[in-house]
Design a binder for this molecule. Structure first.
Ligand code: AP5
Ligand code: MG
Length: 192
């Protein structure tokens, strides 16, 4: 099972991917988490992306493609995975198709978490309060504006790209976390 989670910053991609991961026992691949770990570990990748991420801009497609290619060939991805934060533009969506062809897999479900842009600021600031141990450099209100702008310009066009795919569904991300989760489970056909 290969599931793509799309949605603006703070829409709940990470939150919902965690639930799906537990439910289906497939890994949650968050490109943002992978890059943040690289920054923390001071790897070459981390040093390359640190400033770009702190500014709320997208990292280059080539860098991200290498990250994804390396990750999906690992053993734990054999039965599938959840993509959170990738693809993030049309070019990445096309590269993903090529990567999946290479490993003989295809996308099973594409979920767009639909949220009101006005709610994102309060969600991001409450995430910081919930989890002060891992305050993100890009969670300031100024950088959030840039992240939302990048989303609107680069990522939002993916809705058009995927909307005619029979496996695409837009789910209302403004409901409670548990209701969103239930709607996702229904769409994935894994509700109890
Ligand atoms: P990334 O880490 O992907 O961040 P993001 O897209 O900005 O999204 P967030 O992680 O902030 O939000 P989320 O949707 O996961 O929401 P969450 O569940 O945490 O990317 C960061 C950066 O990395 C990018 O800016 C870029 O630089 C780089 N990058 C990553 N991937 C890339 C790529 N493919 N190409 C190029 N660059 C890339 O929820 C947020 C808060 O809301 C939490 O407090 C949560 O408890 C709360 N919440 C969740 N759901 C609900 C709900 N239904 N009701 C109320 N509160 C809710
Ligand atoms: Mg996230």
């Amino acid at each position: 099972m290969i599931i793509i989670l799309l949605g603006p910053p703070g829409s709940g991609k990470g939150t919902q991917a965690n639930f799906i991961q537990k439910r289906l026992n497939i890994p949650h691949l968050s490109t943002g988490d992978i890059l943040r770990k690289a920054i923390k570990d001071r790897t070459e990748l981390g040093i390359t992306v640190e400033k770009i991420m702190a500014n709320g801009e997208l990292v280059s497609d080539e860098v991200i493609l290498n990250v994804i290619r390396d990750r999906v060939i690992q053993d734990d991805c054999k039965s599938g995975f959840i993509l959170d934060g990738y693809p993030r533009n049309i070019k990445q969506a096309k590269s993903l198709n090529i990567v999946l062809e290479e490993i003989n897999k295809e996308i099973n479900k594409i979920i767009l978490l639909d949220v009101n842009f006005d709610s994102l600021k309060s969600r991001i600031s409450s995430r910081n309060k919930e989890n002060t141990a891992e305050t993100r450099a890009d969670d300031t209100s100024e950088v959030l504006i840039k992240r939302v702008e990048e989303y609107k310009n680069q990522t939002a066009p993916l809705e058009n790209y995927y909307k005619n795919n029979k496996n695409f569904n837009k789910i209302n991300g403004m409901e409670s976390i548990s209701d969103v989760s239930l709607n996702i489970e229904n769409f994935l056909d894994i509700a109890n």
